[in-house]
Design a protein around this ligand. Structure first.
Ligand SMILES: Nc1nc(=O)c2c([nH]1)NC[C@@H]1CN(c3ccc(C(=O)N[C@@H](CCC(=O)O)C(=O)O)cc3)C=[N+]21
Length: 347
């Protein structure tokens, strides 16, 4: 059945026919690209080495994000030509956390790659909340700015909710304003913006043609920025959703029932083989640094899910890095573009 919508080389076809989970063959919109995270030949080699070992399809977030950036670049130039407007994203970074600085740098690069203007302010760690609010208010009123992102976490002396509330809802490309979150939770209402990371998770499922409707989905973690909005989005897609968290006894009992698992807890390798129903689809949001003396940085990034175990039982899985992370940034660009379109009545 799957080979009718996708025509892989014959060696891959043989592999797919042998697979226990032949439904998942690749992202529909990447069908004509050759980017596949595990090349047919390497997959065949591993099958030859162990004919009984199952291996999940790797969901290539990096490739999908690249494709989305290309789509956005086209839209940005169309808009520029039609109405003479270049979308603008303002990023406010407070303090000098290394990970935050890296993310902000990546966002800036991504903006450049699609033709979105990026403005950036880096305030010192000991700035006052009022100073941050002043910047937000300036960007709220700046017609060249269509999206405002306050990099989290903020220093502990600031009230995060106060700061996020100050962003004009029409420019809240992170989707963290309480009004946007409230609308996300309501049936029959739509938020202006959906938070980027959960949106990226759902977009990956869509682009790989993985259906959500009627499925059992379990979200691990209940944070405001990932877990809760991910659960709400899955529910809007007609999944039956459970949320497990640090106070759940026997979370693996619940996750074992899931057709789709989205994990967003920040615990390296927490989700083991025994937590996963054979054939489940796994979206791993965790990006956890663990010591790795063999790497030049001294650490490597791993997900919440024990990848080596999970690929033996899951039908599809996102890697870390190269899974949800790049999608988060692609969704931020998409939100910024859609904000500019809305503000200027384009399309
Ligand atoms: N207001 C706000 N909005 C955010 O969206 C936001 C935030 N604050 N604070 C921190 C988290 C984290 N986050 C990531 C974005 C991209 C990658 C990403 O591209 N990761 C690469 C690897 C990067 C590396 O190698 O270091 C990957 O997974 O392949 C990761 C994490 C956005 N966040």
């Amino acid at each position: 059945m799957s080979s009718s919508i996708f025509n892989p080389p014959s060696s891959t076809t043989a592999l797919l026919l042998r697979s226990r989970h032949p439904v998942l063959v690749g992202p529909t919109s990447l069908r004509f690209l050759t980017v596949r995270s595990s090349s047919p030949s390497s997959r065949v080699l591993s099958v030859a080495a162990s004919a009984t070992e199952e291996s999940a399809m790797v969901i290539d977030g990096k490739a999908v994000a690249k494709q989305i950036r290309e789509e956005i670049a086209v839209e940005v130039s169309k808009m520029k030509e039609a109405v003479g407007v270049i979308p603008g994203l303002a990023v406010i970074l407070v303090g000098d956390r290394k990970d935050s600085a890296t993310y902000v740098r990546n966002k800036k690069k991504a903006c450049e790659s699609v033709g979105i203007n990026s403005l950036e302010v880096n305030l010192p760690e000991d700035s006052t909340e009022e100073e941050v609010l002043n910047y937000i208010s300036g960007y709220n009123d700046d017609p060249a700015v269509h999206g405002i992102l306050v990099q989290l976490p903020l220093p502990s002396h600031m009230n995060e909710q106060n700061v996020l509330n100050a962003v004009r809802i029409e420019k809240d490309v992170d989707g963290f304003h309480p009004l946007n979150i409230g609308r996300l939770a309501m049936r029959g209402r739509d938020p202006l913006f959906v938070p980027c990371t959960p949106k990226g998770c759902i977009e990956l499922l869509h682009r790989y043609d993985i259906s959500i409707k009627g499925k059992r989905a379990v979200v691990i973690g209940r944070s405001n920025i990932v877990g809760m909005p991910a659960a709400l989005l899955l529910q809007r897609e007609d999944a039956t959703v459970s949320v497990v968290h640090s106070r759940t006894s026997n979370p693996e009992e619940i996750t074992r029932q899931a057709d789709i698992i989205i994990s967003a807890v920040g615990q390296p390798n927490m989700v083991r083989k025994s937590w996963i129903k054979p054939g489940a689809v796994i979206i791993d949001v965790g990006i956890n640094p663990v010591d790795d003396p063999s790497s030049s940085r001294g650490y490597k990034l791993v997900g919440d899910v024990c990848y080596e175990e999970a690929i033996q039982v899951a039908s599809a899985i996102t890697p870390v890095p190269g899974g949800v992370g790049p999608m988060t940034i692609a969704m931020l660009l998409q939100n910024t573009l859609s904000s500019a379109k809305r503000i200027h009545g384009f399309e």
